[in-house]
Design a protein around this ligand. Structure first.
Ligand SMILES: C[S@@+](CC[C@H](N)C(=O)[O-])C[C@H]1O[C@@H](n2cnc3c(N)ncnc32)[C@H](O)[C@@H]1O
Length: 439
C-alpha cells in the first residue's frame, strides 16, 4: 500500500485542531516512521507535548523543526514559551529578545517577557511592558490580569482592583479572571476594612452573581454565616484551575498535613497491617497523602475521592491509587457499599462548616476496628464552633470537632495542635485528629 503522506499529515493537523490530541499524536508518530523530516508533523508533535506539559519532549521536537527549517520568529516563540514553562528564565528571555530584535512590537514576545518578569518578581519591569501592551493589544484580558498582579505587589491596590475588574469585563466573565479578582479582593480585604472592598463586591455580584465563583467569593468576603458547606461548583472550578501548579504552590506554603497524617499512621499502624488495609483518601486532590502513605507501605486497596477532575488527573500520575473517583465526598459515602479500615482527609474539612453529616457518613463507612485521621484549621477568630474565613475556607473549634465526632459514634484517640502551613506569611494553626469507632 502506498501511503499518501500529504493527506495523512493534513489529517494529523486536523485532529489537533479538533483537540483529538491522542489520535493526532499517534498518527504523527506513525508518519515520522516513514517520513522523518516532515516539518509540519514534527511541529505538531512539539505542540502536543507542550499541551501535555512534557516540556522536554516539546523542546526536542521544536529543536528538530529549527534544524530542518532554520530560525524564524515562530519557532523562537515556541522555544521561549517552553523555557518559560520550565522556569528557565534566562533561555526564555534569550528567545524573546531575538524576536523583539526583529519585531519590537511583537505582542506574543512582549506578553512572554512580562510573564517572565512577573514570575521573577520584577514587578516594575513587568508594569513597563504591560503598559506598552495595553496600547498594542488593548482587548487582551491577560494584559490587565497580569497588570493587576504587578500593581498589587507594588502596593497600588486601587489600580490592581481596577485592572482585575477590566480583565473580567474584557473576557466576558471567564472563570480565571473572576478567580484573580476574588483573590485580589481577599488580599486587599486582609489589609483594609470590609467597607473598603464592599462597593466592589456589590458591583461584581450585581453583574456576575450567577457565577458560582463570584457568589461564593462574595459570601465569604462578606462573612455570610448561613453557609454550612463550600459550594461544590465553586470548588470544582477553583481546584481544576489550581491542579497543575498545586503541589509546587503548597510546597512554597510549607504545607505539612500529608506528612503529619503519615506520622500518625506510622505511630498507630504497622507496615504489615497497612498492607492488608482498604484505605479511603477523602478529598485526595493531587494525591499528596496517597504518595506519602505508599512510601511507607502500599495498602491492599487505596481509593481516592475528589470532585476536581483535574486534581485527580495529577493524582493518577502518581500511580499509587487503585481507584480514583470524581465525586462529592458525601454523595460517594451515601452510595458506596464498601467499608474502609483507614479513612484519611487532609485539609478537606476546610470546605465543610457543619461537620455532622459528613462525620456521620464516615462513621457508617468505617470498619469497626478502623481509624479516621484528618486535619482541621483552628478557629482563632471568634467563639463560634465554625467560622467561614474571608478566604472561603472554614475554621473549627477543637471542642466542636470532638463533640461532633462523638455524636457520630467516633471517639478521639489523639489530637495534636500543629502548624499546618503558612498563608500570607503567617502560620496557619490547626489540629490533626485520630479517631476510631466507639465500640
Ligand atoms: C486543599 S486540597 C487537599 C488535597 C489533599 N488531601 C492534600 O492533602 O494534598 C482539598 C481537596 O479537597 C477536595 N474537596 C473539597 N471538598 C470536597 C467535597 N465535598 N467532595 C470531594 N472533594 C472535595 C478539593 O477538590 C481538593 O482537591
Amino acid at each position: 500500500m502506498i501511503l499518501d503522506i500529504d493527506n495523512l499529515s493534513k489529517r494529523a493537523l486536523e485532529l489537533y485542531k479538533k483537540q483529538k490530541y491522542v489520535d493526532s499524536k499517534q498518527l504523527s508518530l506513525d508518519i515520522l516512521e516513514t517520513n522523518s523530516k516532515n516539518i509540519s508533523v514534527i511541529l505538531n508533535l512539539g505542540n502536543i507535548y507542550f499541551l501535555e506539559e512534557d516540556y522536554k519532549k516539546a523542546l526536542e521536537y521544536y529543536r528538530r523543526v529549527q534544524k530542518l527549517s532554520g530560525d524564524d520568529i515562530y519557532i523562537w516563540g515556541n522555544l521561549a514559551n517552553t523555557y518559560l514553562q520550565m522556569k528557565k528564565y534566562f533561555r526564555a528571555t534569550h528567545y524573546c529578545w531575538k524576536i523583539l530584535k526583529q519585531d519590537p512590537e511583537n505582542v506574543f514576545a512582549l506578553n512572554l517577557q512580562a510573564q517572565i518578569h512577573l514570575e521573577q518578581e520584577n514587578y516594575g519591569d513587568a508594569i513597563l511592558i504591560l503598559e506598552h501592551l495595553k496600547a498594542l493589544d488593548p482587548l487582551n484580558p491577560w494584559v490587565y490580569n497580569n497588570l493587576s498582579q504587578a500593581f498589587f505587589y507594588t502596593g497600588k491596590t486601587l489600580e490592581a482592583l481596577d485592572m482585575a475588574w477590566t480583565a473580567v469585563e474584557l473576557s466576558s466573565g471567564e472563570d480565571c479572571h473572576h478567580i484573580n479578582l476574588g483573590y485580589t479582593l481577599y488580599e486587599i480585604g486582609l489589609e483594609k476594612t470590609i467597607g473598603f472592598i464592599k462597593p466592589y463586591i456589590e458591583k461584581w455580584e450585581q453583574k456576575y452573581g450567577d457565577n458560582p465563583i463570584v457568589k461564593y467569593f462574595a459570601d465569604s468576603l462578606k462573612g455570610n454565616t448561613e453557609i454550612i458547606k463550600t459550594d461544590t461548583e465553586y470548588l470544582k472550578k477553583i481546584f481544576d484551575s489550581f491542579a497543575s501548579g498545586f503541589d509546587e504552590s503548597l510546597a512554597k506554603l510549607d504545607y505539612s498535613v500529608p506528612k503529619k497524617i503519615l506520622q500518625n499512621i506510622k505511630k498507630n499502624i504497622s507496615k504489615k497491617s497497612l498492607k492488608m488495609m482498604r484505605v479511603l483518601d477523602l478529598g485526595c486532590g493531587t494525591g499528596l497523602c496517597g504518595k506519602f502513605l505508599s512510601g511507607y507501605a502500599k495498602p491492599h486497596i487505596l481509593t481516592g475521592v475528589d470532585l476536581s477532575e483535574k486534581m485527580l488527573e495529577v493524582a493518577k500520575e502518581k500511580n499509587v491509587y487503585n481507584q480514583l473517583i470524581c465525586e462529592d465526598i458525601e454523595t460517594y459515602l451515601q452510595h458506596s457499599k464498601n467499608f474502609s479500615d483507614l479513612i484519611i482527609a487532609g485539609d478537606v474539612f476546610t470546605y465543610f462548616g457543619d461537620l455532622f453529616s459528613v462525620f456521620k457518613q464516615i462513621s457508617k463507612h468505617l470498619d469497626s476496628h478502623g481509624h479516621f485521621i484528618f486535619s482541621v484549621t483552628e478557629n482563632q477568630h471568634n467563639d463560634s464552633p465554625w467560622f467561614l474565613h474571608s478566604s472561603g475556607r472554614f475554621q473549627h473549634k477543637e471542642e466542636y470537632v470532638k463533640n461532633t465526632l462523638e455524636k457520630c459514634g467516633l471517639k478521639v484517640e489523639e489530637n495534636q495542635h500543629e502548624i499546618l502551613r503558612t498563608e500570607a506569611g503567617k502560620k496557619v494553626w490547626g489540629y490533626i485528629f485520630i479517631a476510631s469507632k466507639i465500640k
